[in-house]
Write a protein of this length. Structure first.
Length: 474
């Protein structure tokens, strides 16, 4: 099918290279218009109007707009209900087709279905772009979706050939961008948001930011397998936000991992495949987006849900230093190291006995790299309610986790300065210091830093009983 005019609607794919929808639009159209919508149906639900995610998007949209202008086109940037703006714009521009990349969350699927219906005689094309494999592309020998990660990964690796990771050569057809007068970009204030501390963080935005982070990471990827578990070490890629908003290409990242081919790159590729795994779990189990557990026997665990415990967890005031430092990190930066995500999730659910959905919601509100499928998958993994989750009887000990992954307390000291003068042994269990030691350290437990709000050993027994009761109820 050949079109005279078409419209590419950018969403979570804020780049001008290796972009499925943009490539197909340019290849099949004489003139291609581009648009991004700050969707009020999403933004109005955000309580905090100083949201790092919105600022990251705004900065990345600005760079994308400039890049398209350098190619001779432009990016129209709108503010309002995308489900209304896209059909209106398509009519105004007299386009023959609208091109998008797939979004897999139920609310986005419903939005796209509404837009497609409203477009009526205008064609609507959607493409796979933010994952390597999707939906029913990776099935077991019985034609069913995988429920365990390892065989899923093995099946993916078998199909991970050059064709699966082939880039879309956007540049070959870039001359088909519609020539137009550059349009204005609404400011953050125009769309109802304020600046955050994003510029003071070590997270560059846009395509250039993603490229810089990737170049830095590939120089140290050989250490990834061992370094990735230690939050005080620069061991991870820091690309999760760029993957979330599509300023990098998942195909490009997977190609690099395959080409480097060392133990660190192999483990990183594994993490990229986990991301795909959670997307396919969401596709085949849309009920999880409505708050249901993947494993139905744990859907109604009888959590006590102590509000004071939850408030202390949110504020980083539980008395367990690594847990508190991790919560301070997310509160101050919108980011949390992946090892810490597992630790604080396990602590909330199995030490504080609070419903995992409370933690899932808190992360959804605070994480700059928040992605529903990965966030839900991670929380259900930690809560032992999900697909291929850790066994319910496996409960992280927050003290031994602290001693193992932050042995010298470097990460703890960064986010909890009250513990700066503790030695490397004391910092993991400061409540065990004697009065004389506290005086010597000028640190009073219960005043300068809280005593533990729960006892791990006793709470562990309560958690085991809670899960055992649910397990025996079938």
């Amino acid at each position: 099918m050949q079109y005279h005019h078409s419209l590419v609607w950018f969403r979570r794919d804020l780049r001008d290279f290796d972009h499925a929808a943009l490539y197909h639009a340019l290849k099949t159209s004489q003139q291609v218009h581009c648009v991004f919508v700050f969707d009020t149906e999403i933004l109005d639900a955000l309580q905090n109007k100083s949201d790092r995610r919105v600022e990251f998007i705004w900065e990345s949209v600005q760079e994308l707009k400039q890049a398209l202008q350098q190619h001779g086109g432009d990016l129209l940037v709108k503010h309002g209900k995308a489900s209304e703006i896209i059909p209106q714009l398509a009519q105004a521009l007299k386009v023959d087709a609208v091109f998008v990349n797939h979004d897999y969350e139920p609310s986005a699927i419903a939005r796209d279905a509404k837009v497609k219906t409203t477009l009526a005689q205008i064609d609507f094309h959607s493409f796979k772009d933010q994952v390597i494999f999707e939906k029913d592309e990776i099935l077991n020998l019985s034609g069913k979706p995988y429920r365990v990660f390892t065989p899923y990964r093995n099946a993916v690796v078998k199909q991970l050939d050059d064709d699966a990771l082939k880039a879309y050569p956007v540049d070959c057809h870039i001359q088909h961008l519609a020539k137009s007068q550059p349009s204005a970009l609404p400011s953050l204030q125009d769309i109802g948001f304020a600046q955050t501390n994003l510029k003071h963080m070590h997270l560059p935005t846009g395509m250039s930011g993603g490229k810089a982070l990737l170049e830095d990471f590939t120089s140290r990827i050989s250490q990834y397998k061992t370094a990735r578990d230690f939050p005080a070490v620069k061991g991870v890629s820091y690309l999760s936000t760029h993957l979330r908003f599509g300023t990098v290409s998942i195909r490009h990242l997977a190609r690099i991992a395959r080409e480097i081919d060392n133990p660190g790159a192999d483990v990183w590729l594994n993490e990229l495949i986990w991301r795909d795994f959670y997307f396919q779990i969401l596709h085949h189990n849309p009920q999880i987006a409505a708050g249901h557990t993947f494993n139905p026997q744990f859907n109604d665990l009888n959590f006590p849900n102590n509000q004071a415990y939850f408030d202390a967890w949110c504020a980083g005031q539980t008395g367990y230093p690594l847990v508190d430092a991790a919560m301070c990190q997310i509160n101050q930066t919108g980011y949390m190291h992946n090892r810490l995500r597992m630790i604080v999730a396990s602590f909330l659910v199995k030490d504080l006995l609070i419903d995992w959905r409370w933690g899932e919601r808190y992360f959804a509100e605070h994480l700059i790299d928040f992605d529903f499928s990965a966030n839900n998958g991670g929380w259900q993994w930690a809560a032992s309610t999900g697909c291929d989750a850790q066994p319910w009887f496996r409960i992280f000990n927050p003290i031994t986790q602290s001693q193992r992954f932050d042995l010298q307390g470097k990460f703890i000291r960064k986010y909890i300065p009250a513990l700066n003068h503790c030695n490397d042994k004391e910092i993991h269990q400061p409540w065990q210091m004697s009065a004389a030691q506290q005086k010597n350290r000028q640190l009073w437990i219960g005043k300068d830093y809280p005593a533990p709000i729960v006892d791990h050993a006793s709470q562990r027994l309560l958690a085991l009983d809670l899960y055992k009761t649910a397990s025996n109820s079938d």
